[in-house]
Design a protein around this ligand. Structure first.
Ligand SMILES: Cc1cc2nc3c(=O)[nH]c(=O)nc-3n(C[C@H](O)[C@H](O)[C@H](O)COP(=O)(O)O)c2cc1C
Length: 278
């Protein structure tokens, strides 16, 4: 019974308007899937800033790689001609190679020097911390001056036992929504979300649970594998159409209006039959 004759999927993030409330998550080794790979890696932050990049995403959920048992059975070997341009080993690295992984990964890949955490910030770009899974860490991100967070479990590629990002989202959203600074001002930052988003309805669910923006991980790689750039554009268009239809069918015409009231959960009080509101 809502007017859904005109659906607007656009949204605003950092003051910029986007036609859809979703974007593409970062992933390494895209050339393995297809296409030309990233145009150019921009390893130096100052160069990125000079080139007009507006935000820097720092992935904070990978201080070490997990024990990837399947990759031990079938090691990932890059085909000739492909290499990890930002992670090329430091010169004379034979000694560092033998150090335990945790130590090795906390080193600067180029210089071999140990990375030390620093709270000072010297860039004007927005800083987005990716890989937040708890309200405590979300509040720490605000405290340290992050401009946004990405609720992400790295596509479930790091810790098998971790919960889904959709399960983690509500507590993070409410911690940020109720966070106030010492001077009593509301102290919140945008929440970006990724993990398992495959359809337009998944985007709507994440927005309803408190996300401001959503990222697609694997679907982008599938699009690349299917038809390079054209394939990725198809993925985006499919999700855009699905989101439009899902919004029309749930009865909400604008992204801003998508809230918890548009979704329901299994009603456990009736033996798992029926639906109740969150
Ligand atoms: C093959 C692959 C490589 C990835 N590489 C990175 C990476 O280099 N940095 C990063 O922050 N996240 C990386 N991710 C995680 C994605 O950014 C994203 O968090 C995750 O894939 C989202 O889940 P989804 O694949 O279910 O959409 C990678 C994911 C995949 C599948």
């Amino acid at each position: 019974m809502q007017d859904v004759s005109s659906i607007d999927t656009s949204t605003t993030l950092f003051g910029r308007n986007y036609p859809v409330p979703f974007g593409l998550a970062p992933s390494a080794m895209q050339k393995l899937a297809g296409g030309e790979g990233p145009r150019e890696s921009v390893p130096l932050i100052k160069r990125a800033e000079a080139a007009g990049y507006e935000a820097l995403v720092l992935t904070v959920d990978t201080p070490v790689l997990r024990n990837r048992i399947n990759e031990r059975k079938t090691p990932l070997v890059l085909p000739p001609g492909l290499h990890l341009s930002n992670l090329s080993p430091p010169p004379h690295s034979s000694q560092t190679e033998r150090k335990p992984t945790a130590n090795r990964l906390l080193m600067d890949a180029r210089t071999g020097k140990k990375l030390t955490p620093s709270s000072s910030r010297r860039v004007a770009m927005k800083i987005i911390l990716k890989g937040i899974m708890t309200p405590e860490d979300a509040l720490l991100a605000v405290e340290h001056g992050a401009d946004a967070i990405v609720v992400s479990n790295h596509g479930g590629r790091q810790l098998d036992e971790v919960c889904s990002t959709l399960e983690a989202l509500p507590a993070i959203h409410s911690a940020l929504a109720t966070n106030v600074s010492e001077r009593g001002k509301r102290n919140s930052i945008p929440v970006i979300f990724d993990g398992g988003v495959r359809h337009g309805a998944d985007v709507l669910e994440a927005l309803a649970m408190g996300a401001d923006f959503v990222l697609l991980g694997r679907p982008v790689l599938w699009g690349l594998g299917y038809k390079g750039q054209e394939g990725v554009e198809s993925v985006i268009h499919i999700l855009e159409r699905e989101l439009t239809k899902t919004m029309a069918l749930t009865g909400v015409a604008e992204v801003e209006g998508i809230g918890k009231e548009y979704i329901g959960v299994k009603d456990t009080s009736m033996g798992g039959f029926g639906v109740s509101k969150l």
